[in-house]
Design a binder for this molecule. Structure first.
Ligand code: GUN
Length: 292
């Protein structure tokens, strides 16, 4: 059964978006504009180093100029604010991304509201969060929920009227994901249930869903007995768990117990190779839009 191909190929769909983005980069070049994206990384979080490295590499492939500012973990909030202000004022940079997580002494809300809304390719500024909530398409959509939305649309998943369960209420994925899917209009119009740590009976909610989006950060949380046969399952989780048999003593697992759930699902994202590549594709698309 597990050989049944019900996989949503995030790498292939991301590649399609990269082709579209690349054409837009060429059109901008004819106008003498090269999109520019600044990454700011504070401290030495190993996962953040890997993520920013992958994003930089894709920028280079697509002809987007990028620079990474690495600040020590001891950087003060006011120093970081000062750096954001200087990039806000510099017209050669169209996008600014401050990689999360930030050190504990820095308040993320202060930082994300400091990035100019017109350069906020992460979609974390309160103005862009508000636009998303209002269904105003002029804002920037956060990259991970935006990527999940594109995966569903391009996989021709029926969204209008669909029952969707989002697991996790984080500001980066769960909340904006719910906001995207409840909007009135084509490619949305879902009935969304947002489950979280205080939800009384998560399995009962999940079993009613046509689409389950797991983004709560609990390794292999979603089991086969929690989904309806044929449900569409999207795994946003990236969890590092100890594994003495793995190289380095640990490995990455999603929020979905893939081996169990895949045979029962209608469509499912592999992890890795599902949502991850889409996040990068949406970031670069947002950057090009900022430049346009
Ligand atoms: N850390 C994990 N995901 C993200 C993201 O989408 N943007 C930023 N800036 N940091 C992250």
């Amino acid at each position: 059964m597990s050989s049944r191909n019900n996989l949503i190929d995030g790498r292939a769909i991301a590649q399609q978006i990269h082709l579209e983005t690349s054409a837009r980069v060429s059109a901008l070049a004819k106008r003498g504009i090269q999109p520019g994206l600044v990454f700011i990384r504070v401290g030495e979080d190993p996962a953040s180093q890997v993520y920013v490295g992958m994003k930089e590499k894709k920028c280079a492939e697509l002809g987007i100029r990028s620079v990474t500012q690495v600040l020590p973990g001891s950087t003060s909030q006011s120093e970081l604010v000062g750096m954001i202000d200087s990039f806000n004022a510099d017209p050669q940079w169209h996008g600014i991304l401050v990689q999360a997580p930030l050190p504990r002494h820095i308040d993320p809300a202060t930082i994300y509201s400091r990035v100019a809304p017109s350069k906020d390719v992460d979609g974390f500024h309160p103005l862009n969060v508000g636009r998303l909530m209002l269904g105003d398409p002029t804002g920037f959509t956060p990259c991970t929920p935006g990527g999940v939305h594109e995966l569903l649309i391009r996989s021709k998943v029926q969204l209008e009227g669909a029952e969707v369960v989002v697991l996790g209420r984080g500001n980066i994925v769960g909340k904006p994901m719910a906001a995207l899917l409840v909007q009135k209009g084509r490619n949305a119009n879902c009935t969304v249930t947002l489950c979280h740590s205080a939800t009384r009976d998560i399995p009962t909610h999940c079993r009613r869903a046509d689409i389950v989006i797991a983004a709560m950060g609990v390794p292999a949380f979603l089991k086969a007995d929690m989904i309806r046969p044929g449900a569409v399952v999207i795994d946003v989780g990236v969890n590092r768990i100890p594994d003495p048999t793995a190289r380095g003593g640990s490995r990455l697992v999603g929020d979905v117990d893939f081996a169990e759930v895949q045979p029962k699902a209608g469509l499912i994202t592999p992890n890795p190779g599902g949502v991850g590549p889409m996040t990068i594709a949406m970031l670069l698309a947002n950057t090009v839009r900022a430049a346009e």
